[in-house]
Design a protein around this ligand. Structure first.
Ligand SMILES: [Zn+2]
Length: 380
């Protein structure tokens, strides 16, 4: 066993990604080019992470005039800059029907480079509504995304089955008149495209702003549909108790097929048992959790305990452009160093077995291909 695994050891080893965000994984160079084509530069926000106004001496100070500066800015997510301010920049490049096509193709190219053959990429359609960009309704956004991913697949052979996210703040904004749609509208739009390639729904964005309790009616709409249900739960609540509270509520009321992060799950044997029994997959991302300071060490996730209890753990990049060393291979290396190679081999297998848009034959073939690579993967 080597002293330390690196991303290189796992580069192109995991063919399936169960959890990543479209806007958080747009290659930075492509994003910078996009703004250049428009004759614009992305700008630093006016407020810091605490919401305090920054006294820029002049506008020039705010300009992100190189891909390196843009990358550095994005990597300050939740440490220097607020979540909305950071995501505003990639979302700003996904505001017209044509933008979405280009962004979908760029996404498939990124996945191809990472050796990924299939991904459940997620996005929140309300962020992309823009009548000036011919994205009038949620349906327009979803149709355009599906078309873009289809074109991306034709170019790269990478299959993307999108997951539609409810952005957690949406109902509060709707009530305040700041959003034209609410969570029910988002889920209804996802259901409309359940037969056209949408894999499921998710509840995403800043967890403390709205608990899973607020979305029971929206989630219930999907019960008799082919859509799968996943939820970001137990990620950002700041204590095991509060994380477990959201996980417990989601399990009891939202009938999840997957849980995003569920950081403290291994600390509650009863909940672990329920998750294992119902074959609910855990979509973990050690780099994301570390970078956002929700954990101190990858070992804090107890992934080995979860696997021992029969939980289907998967390892994911989440938002690979929002932190240094964020690709799936980097996450696998972190996990291998914390838990050993056996855990990583199991999670790679789980990523295939729990994919929602692959048929039995496709999964079997992917697992076979893994075994073919086994000596390379196992023996260092
Ligand atoms: Zn996520």
């Amino acid at each position: 066993m080597p002293d330390q695994y690196t991303a290189q050891d796992f580069y192109r080893k995991q063919p399936v990604i169960n959890h990543l965000h479209w806007d958080g994984s747009l290659p930075v160079e492509r994003l910078f080019e996009f703004y250049q084509h428009k004759g614009e530069f992305p700008l630093l926000p006016e407020k810091d992470i605490s919401g305090n106004k920054i006294n820029h001496r002049n506008q020039t100070e705010r300009v992100l005039d190189s891909p390196e500066k843009l990358a550095q800015f994005q990597q300050g997510l939740l440490t220097h800059w607020g979540i909305t301010d950071v995501f505003k920049i990639p979302i700003g490049a996904m505001k017209t029907d044509n933008d979405l096509i280009l962004a979908a193709i760029a996404h498939c190219e990124y996945l191809l480079q990472q050796g990924v053959k299939y991904a459940e990429t997620r996005f929140a359609p309300p962020y992309h509504l823009n009548p000036y960009g011919r994205l009038f309704h949620l349906n327009d956004v979803i149709e355009q995304a599906l078309l873009g991913f289809k074109l991306g697949e034709a170019n790269t052979e990478v299959k993307v089955r999108p997951i539609i996210c409810i952005n957690r703040e949406i109902d509060k904004n709707f009530i305040a008149g700041k959003s034209p749609v609410n969570s029910i509208d988002v889920v209804k739009a996802a259901i409309k495209y359940a037969e056209n390639g949408i894999a499921g729904i998710d509840l995403a964005c800043y967890e403390p702003c709205a608990p899973p309790d607020d979305f029971v009616s929206a989630y219930r709409l999907t019960l008799d549909t082919p859509l799968k249900r996943t939820i970001h739960a137990g990620e950002m609540m700041g204590s095991d108790e509060a994380n477990l509270r959201n996980i417990r509520y989601a399990l009891e009321h939202l009938r999840p097929d997957g849980l995003g992060h569920a950081i403290s799950l291994h600390k509650d044997p009863k909940l672990m048992e329920i998750v294992a029994k119902r074959s609910i997959r855990i979509e973990s991302s050690p780099r994301s959790n570390l970078h956002c300071q929700f954990i101190k060490n990858p070992a804090d996730l107890g992934l080995d305990q979860l696997l021992q209890a029969g939980v289907k753990v998967t390892i994911n990049p989440d938002d690979p452009m929002m932190w240094p060393q964020g690709d799936v291979a980097d996450n696998l290396a972190l996990a291998a160093n914390a838990y050993g190679i056996g855990v990583v081999n199991q999670t790679i297998r789980n990523s295939i077995e729990t994919a929602w848009g692959l048929n039995k034959e496709e999964k079997e073939q992917m697992v076979k291909d893994l075994q073919f690579n086994k000596p390379e993967l196992f023996l260092k």
